[in-house]
Each structure stands twice: as structure tokens, then as C-alpha cells.
Design a protein around this ligand. Structure first.
Ligand SMILES: Nc1ncnc2c1ncn2[C@@H]1O[C@H](COP(=O)(O)OP(=O)(O)OP(=O)(O)O)[C@@H](O)[C@H]1O
Ligand SMILES: [Mg+2]
Length: 462
């Protein structure tokens, strides 16, 4: 294919390896230069302008890592990948984080090298035509501008089109599914299946047959054989969600597939091959699970080749204003409502909230507000009762509804919140007590009693 051949610089202190690599690459039509160490490589940079640099990790004078850092500074678009000896996974991950495109472990296959170089060239040329970090998140379908998120976007971008296993961690609602999807969609497997399996949703005794399939007669009820998710995901991506829920007994089998890409169906004897890229996610602390014996350490290391840890929303509050504006518009359009203006005070309050449910909670709050009020402006008054707590906490003591003992004050405050919530719900249901009770999680009778106690009548509107 025209244009698929490029300028490649091979850096290795071992003459023989350098020669072999050069021969392989030249045979494939690339223009190759060689350097015996990092210093030499940097000297060649201006004259040769390599598109791809393949460098050994361990070299005298300037190590592969130092060369990588220097290259990223002087010529950020150049694609670098490292050759490492088997068992130096930590360094390899550090290399990915420092901007390496990929790494390859010795001994490697000729095809492996050629494929990587082809991929690097595609990426280099793509990068040259639309290089803008600001749009990276957009391209991945994720919002965020805080340094922590930008770093994550870059990492996703770099590891998406590799077969490295990625372990995505973070609290519920921080975007783990979104990351898994972005990794698949930005890989050359994107034409293949994306198979999502939620390990927490499957009864423990069925996990094995779900993952690996079963043969007819493997257990009572297995009247036909059935392929498992590993087979279904062939040539695509398998996303093992809530990985901490996999029983220890199955973890061994999982580890084996990851190491050998081979497995047997339950009740089967034939060894099946599969070509899947595995992603895993959890909101649990796997290191704790390992300590308690609920998760195998060897499996953990095999899964966490590239760890991506999503910070909770409260640790990236500066992303909130952007998210509020973007999501308000998205939900308004989705429900054919006017796009609301956003009060500064609203943004400030929303920013100061703790968001235990993270981005999902933010989405829910905004969607509900837009759906129920079709507001022209997003104002503090539209926020649900959990936010009232923040408002009340900011009040000065003499502004409290009641005075006297702590108990009196609490009772008065509670009444105020109840009153506010009930009248608001009633106005939403158009005065329908049965529906309002349902929304509030009360019985109809219970709500009527509360209303009487608070002095609210049925047609009371806020
Ligand atoms: N950075 C982001 N930009 C835009 N939307 C986001 C972002 N992060 C999360 N979301 C949205 O928030 C919601 C929750 O995200 P997601 O389902 O990926 O979370 P999760 O970490 O998988 O949660 P859980 O642990 O409960 O499975 C989704 O609707 C997702 O689209
Ligand atoms: Mg999820």
C-alpha cells in the first residue's frame, strides 16, 4: 500500500539484534537507520526525522526510558516503542505512561514487529492531521479538562489499539463502562464484537459456563452445548465488569485463558482457541480482596497490565461546570425541552456537593430537573432535598426555623424539609396524593397524615 512505508530508527546496543531488526524492516520496504545507543539516536533525530523509533530498554549511557522522555520532548509526534526483556512489566507500564506507544517483549516474532510499525505509522500520520489534545476527550466521548482526566484520556489513546489487558477501577458512576467502550472503539478490533459481562449479575455457580460455555450433558439441564463469552468475543473485546465477584475457583481458569488464549468448555475436553482483548473493571479495592484471600494475586497482576484509575467526581470538581452545561443541553434536546441557562449560584452549589454517585448521579439530577420542570434557567431552588442540607448548613444560626434546644431546632428543620419536599412533589403530580406518596416512598395514608400534621392542603402549590 502506498504511503504505508516509513522512516524507522532502530536503537539497540546489541549489534546482532539491530541488524536483524533492520533486515526485517527493510525487507518490508521501510527506510531504516540504526543507532547503538540513546545519544547516537538523538544525534540522528534532526537529519533523519524518524516517524517511528524502536528502542531497547536497557542500554548504556542513555536508557530506553530516558531516550523516550527526550524524544517526547523534542519530537512529540514520533511514535516510540520499547523492546523489553520478559518480566519487566513495571518498566513497560511506566514506559506507556511516559508516552511510549507500546512495548514488545523478547523474543518477538517478525510479524509482531511489522504489525506494530504499521500501526505506529498509521497513528503518526493520523496524529499529524488532527493533533489537538483538547479534542481528545471529545473523540473518546468523555467530558473532562482537569489534569487527572487529561492524563487518563492520553493513556486511553495510547493503549486502545494494543492487546494489553486494562484494569479500570473507580467508584460507581465514575465512567468505567465509558472507558471500556472508548478502548474498544479506538482499537482495530472495533469492527469485532464488544462483549460486556457483569460478573455480579450472574449466580456464582453459573459464572464458569457463562464465560467458557458448556457441552451438552455437562450438567443437569445442559440439553444443548452453548458457547461462552470468550468464544462470542472472538476477534473483539471482552469486558469483565465487576471482576471482584468472580469466585476464586474460576479465577484459576480465567488466569489460564489470559496466559494461553486457550480454554475448554465446561464438560468439554477439546481445547478451544480465542482471540480476545480483555478489559476488566471493579469498584472494589482489589488489593484488599487479595489480602482477604477473595482474589488471586497472580490474576490481579495479569489483569492490571495497564491500570486506569478514575477519580471520584468530588476530586475533579473543576469538571463539573463543563459537565452541567453539556449535559443540560443534551437532556433538553433529548426530551425536546428548551435549553436552560445556568445560574452561577447553581453551578457553585452543585460544585460543592459531594456526589457520592459521581457522574451518573449528576446526570440523573439534571435529567430529572429538566424532565419535571422544563426550566428556562437552572436555579438552586430546583435542586433535590439532599442539596437543601448544604443550603441550610450555610445559614447563620439566627436564620434557623426554630430556636431552643437542639431537638427543637432539628424538628423545625425537618418540618421545613418535609414541607418543601411534599409541596413540591404535590405540585409535580398536579395534586395527586396517590402518585405523590409513591414518589416519596410513603403509603397514601401516611402521606395524608403528614400533610395534615404540616397543614398542607391538597391543592397547595409552591
Ligand atoms: N467523563 C465523562 N463524561 C461524560 N459522561 C460521563 C463521564 N463519566 C461518566 N459519564 C456518564 O456517567 C454515567 C455513568 O458512567 P459509567 O456507567 O461508565 O460508570 P461506571 O463507573 O461503569 O459505574 P458502575 O460502577 O456503577 O458500573 C454514564 O451515563 C456515563 O455516560
Ligand atoms: Mg459500570
Amino acid at each position: 500500500m502506498a504511503g504505508s512505508k516509513g522512516r524507522v530508527l532502530v536503537v539497540d546496543d546489541e549489534v546482532n539484534l539491530r541488524k536483524v531488526l533492520t533486515a526485517i524492516l527493510e525487507q518490508d520496504g521501510h527506510i531504516v537507520e540504526q543507532a547503538g545507543n540513546g545519544i547516537e539516536a538523538l544525534k540522528l533525530l534532526d537529519a533523519f526525522k524518524p516517524e517511528v523509533v524502536i528502542t531497547d530498554l536497557k542500554m548504556p549511557k542513555l536508557s530506553g526510558m530516558d531516550l523516550l522522555r527526550e524524544l517526547k520532548k523534542r519530537s512529540p509526534g514520533t511514535q516510540v516503542f520499547l523492546i523489553t526483556a520478559y518480566g519487566t512489566k513495571d518498566t513497560a507500564v511506566a514506559a506507556l505512561k511516559a508516552g511510549a506507544m507500546d512495548y514488545i517483549t523478547k523474543p518477538f516474532e517478525q510479524d509482531e514487529i511489522l504489525e506494530l510499525v504499521a500501526k505506529a505509522l498509521r497513528r503518526k500520520r493520523l496524529g499529524d492531521s488532527n493533533d489537538s489534545d483538547a479534542s481528545l476527550g471529545e473523540r473518546l466521548g468523555m467530558l473532562g479538562r482537569t489534569p487527572a482526566m487529561l492524563e487518563i484520556f492520553e493513556l486511553i489513546n495510547r493503549v486502545a489499539d494494543t492487546d494489553s489487558t486494562v484494569l479500570i477501577t473507580g467508584e460507581s458512576g465514575t465512567g468505567k463502562d465509558l472507558v471500556a467502550r472508548a478502548l474498544h472503539d479506538n482499537s482495530s478490533r472495533k469492527g469485532g464484537p464488544f462483549v460486556h459481562i457483569n460478573c455480579a449479575a450472574i449466580p456464582k455457580e453459573l459464572v464458569e459456563s457463562e464465560l467458557f460455555g458448556y457441552e451438552r450433558g455437562a450438567f443437569t439441564g445442559a440439553v444443548m452445548s452453548k458457547p461462552g463469552r470468550f468464544e462470542i468475543a472472538d476477534k473483539g473485546t471482552l469486558f469483565l465488569d465487576e471482576i471482584a465477584e468472580i469466585p476464586v475457583s474460576i479465577q484459576v481458569k480465567l488466569l489460564k485463558v489470559l496466559q494461553q488464549s486457550e480454554f475448554e468448555r465446561v464438560g468439554g475436553t477439546k481445547s478451544l482457541k480465542t482471540d480476545v482483548r480483555v478489559l476488566a473493571a471493579t469498584n472494589r479495592d482489589l488489593e484488599k480482596e487479595i489480602a482477604s484471600g477473595a482474589f488471586r494475586e497472580d490474576l490481579y497482576y495479569r489483569l492490571a497490565v495497564v491500570p486506569i484509575q478514575l477519580p471520584p467526581l468530588r476530586e475533579r470538581r473543576d469538571d463539573i461546570p463543563l459537565m452541567v452545561r453539556y449535559m443540560a443541553e443534551k437532556f433538553a434536546k433529548k426530551h425536546a425541552r428548551q435549553v436552560p441557562a445556568v445560574d452561577d449560584e447553581f453551578v457553585e452549589l452543585v460544585k460543592s456537593y459531594n456526589w457520592p454517585g459521581n457522574v451518573r448521579e449528576l446526570e440523573n439530577v439534571l435529567e430529572k430537573m429538566i424532565l419535571e420542570h422544563s426550566p428556562a434557567r437552572l436555579t438552586v431552588g430546583l435542586l433535590p432535598p439532599e442539596f437543601t442540607g448544604i443550603i441550610n448548613r450555610d445559614l447563620k444560626p439566627d436564620q434557623h426555623a426554630g430556636t431552643g434546644t437542639l431537638k427543637d431546632v432539628v424538628r423545625a428543620e425537618t418540618r421545613k424539609i418535609e414541607m418543601d419536599l411534599i409541596t413540591r412533589t404535590l405540585s409535580e403530580t398536579g395534586g395527586n396524593v396517590t402518585r405523590a406518596a409513591k414518589l416519596l416512598g410513603l403509603s397514601r395514608k401516611g402521606l395524608q397524615l403528614k400533610m395534615k400534621d404540616l397543614g398542607i392542603s391538597r391543592d397547595n402549590k409552591t
